[in-house]
Design a protein around this ligand. Structure first.
Ligand code: ASP
Length: 463
């Protein structure tokens, strides 16, 4: 049995939904289907989830919701018209469902947003199940509640509870039926809607893959492979045929958006392979994400990602290294403001704390600065906003001891000075801080190395 997940652009219009259905029914093992909300049909279009976020804001401010409601439902109407189903009651049911939500009360504003934003997937899964039945297939909508998916944590960045897996595993599919499950959301133990982080339908697919213990998780999107660097950075970059779980995790953390970075965790635990494929080119093999033992590496560097979503706090004080408990005191300040950090490279007199920008706001930054000044009395304290991280990733990285030197040479040729270098403990990634305006130049420079094959370099090169 396989879990098959379709992203938003794969379900953005009737035509796209038809392609997805053709793919589902082409393989009888594709029994568990996870769907996203309709995404962008073209550049400049708006995703249904973003429209629902606007709707939630309007509801919160007691504004007039009718235009947004029409726009959202119009997306589903276009899909149902494509399949000549406009006469059915499906759309009036969706409208009723959306309007019911507007009249409910929520424990918090976050809960309200989660409830609305979940509807993109919820309504799409209901509609697609109806479309498939209309076309003569045995398809059934299944709510995450029926599968026993219970989440904890914050309503818009929920985490699956471990006990959900056992319940999912007990769910019985009828012989020959295909179940259509909405991605991105589940319910907390009080029955409130809660969503995963944005792009979280990948997470649902991964949870179901583990829960049902399937043979393969197929993740259909709009690219024919994961590429060594983004196609917007280098034209026609090298496609990656196979990728290890940990390579994928490092790359998605640093900006590869093809697969959600949290989504890999459940499949890692279960050792299930993930095949990223293209709805518009389903015969292309795509990229297989698999355990290390199943992946043969031909290239030294598998991929290079850049992420400029960071901000860094630099602290300088002489003899920083000698003071017992100093880092602990800094971390206590972060804890007080409920802020997590990403990296903390340090030297004898200096410490840099790197934060994800979306974790911080201006008032937290200034309050933390004041507290650190009072508590640590640094000689210098400064925020750097133009901080980007380049992640050079590859299981082959540690097989060559001159590789980092060559990466640095490539940067020097472009006159790019690293602001930080961090060789990950896993030894499959090297993180290089650069000024954000040079981040893409850095990726291009290093990319020239990533096309070199391992075999070609192994002879006599390793010292
Ligand atoms: N629809 C959600 C989003 O836009 C989840 C997803 O597409 O995976 O983030």
């Amino acid at each position: 049995m396989k879990v098959i997940k379709f992203g938003g652009s794969s379900l953005a219009s009737g035509e796209q939904v038809q392609k997805a259905i053709n793919i589902i029914v082409a393989d009888p093992a594709r029994r568990i289907v996870v769907v996203s909300a309709p995404g962008k049909r073209h550049k400049g279009d708006v995703k249904v989830t973003d429209l629902l976020e606007q709707l939630a804001k309007t509801v919160q401010n007691s504004g007039d919701t009718s235009a947004l409601e029409d726009e959202i439902l119009g997306r589903y109407q276009a899909i149902s018209e494509y399949f000549s189903m406009s006469g059915s009651d499906v759309l009036s049911k969706l409208r009723e469902h959306l309007q019911n939500l507007e009249h409910q009360s929520y424990p918090s504003s976050e809960h309200l947003f989660a409830a609305f934003m979940a509807q993109g997937e919820n309504m799409n899964a209901r509609l697609i199940a109806r479309v498939m039945r209309h076309l003569g297939y045995r398809a059934r909508f299944v709510d995450p509640k029926e599968l026993g998916m219970v989440v904890s944590g914050s309503p818009r960045s929920a985490e699956i509870r471990e006990d959900s897996y056992e319940r999912i595993g007990k769910f019985q599919l009828e012989p020959g039926e295909i179940i259509i499950v909405p991605g991105f959301f589940a319910y907390d133990e009080d029955g409130n809607y809660a969503t995963f982080a944005r792009g979280g339908s990948d997470i649902t697919g991964s949870i179901l893959a583990r829960g049902f213990d399937v043979d393969l998780y197929e993740n259909f999107t709009d690219v024919s492979a994961i590429y060594a660097v983004g196609p917007d950075v280098v034209p026609h970059p090298r496609a990656i045929n196979t990728l290890t779980y940990r390579e994928m995790r490092e790359l998605s953390y640093a900006g590869f958006s093809v697969f959600n970075d949290e989504a890999i965790i459940p499949v890692i635990r279960a050792g299930i392979r993930v095949n990223v494929k293209n709805t518009n080119d389903p015969d292309a093999p795509g990229t297989m994400i698999a355990p290390t033992k199943d992946v043969k590496h031909h290239h030294l560097i598998t991929g290079i990602a850049a992420n400029d979503g960071f901000t860094a706090l630099y602290l300088h004080r002489y003899l920083l290294n000698k003071e017992v408990g100093l880092t602990l005191r800094i971390l206590q300040i972060l804890y007080k403001y409920n802020v997590s950090y990403e990296h903390m490279p340090s030297g004898i007199d200096d410490l840099t704390i790197i934060f994800a920008k979306d974790q911080l706001n201006a008032s937290q930054m200034s309050a933390m600065t004041d507290d650190i000044k009072a508590e640590i009395k640094p000689d210098r304290i400064e925020w750097f906003d133009d901080f980007a991280i380049i992640m050079v990733v590859g299981e082959g990285l540690y097989t060559r001891n001159d590789l980092i030197a060559r990466v640095m040479d490539k940067l020097a040729e472009q006159d790019i000075a690293p602001t930080m270098i961090n060789q990950g403990a896993s030894r499959i990634s090297t993180m290089i801080g650069v000024d954000s305006d040079r981040a893409l130049d850095a990726v291009r420079a290093i990319y020239t190395l990533s096309c070199e094959k391992k075999e070609a370099q192994s002879e006599g090169a390793a010292r």
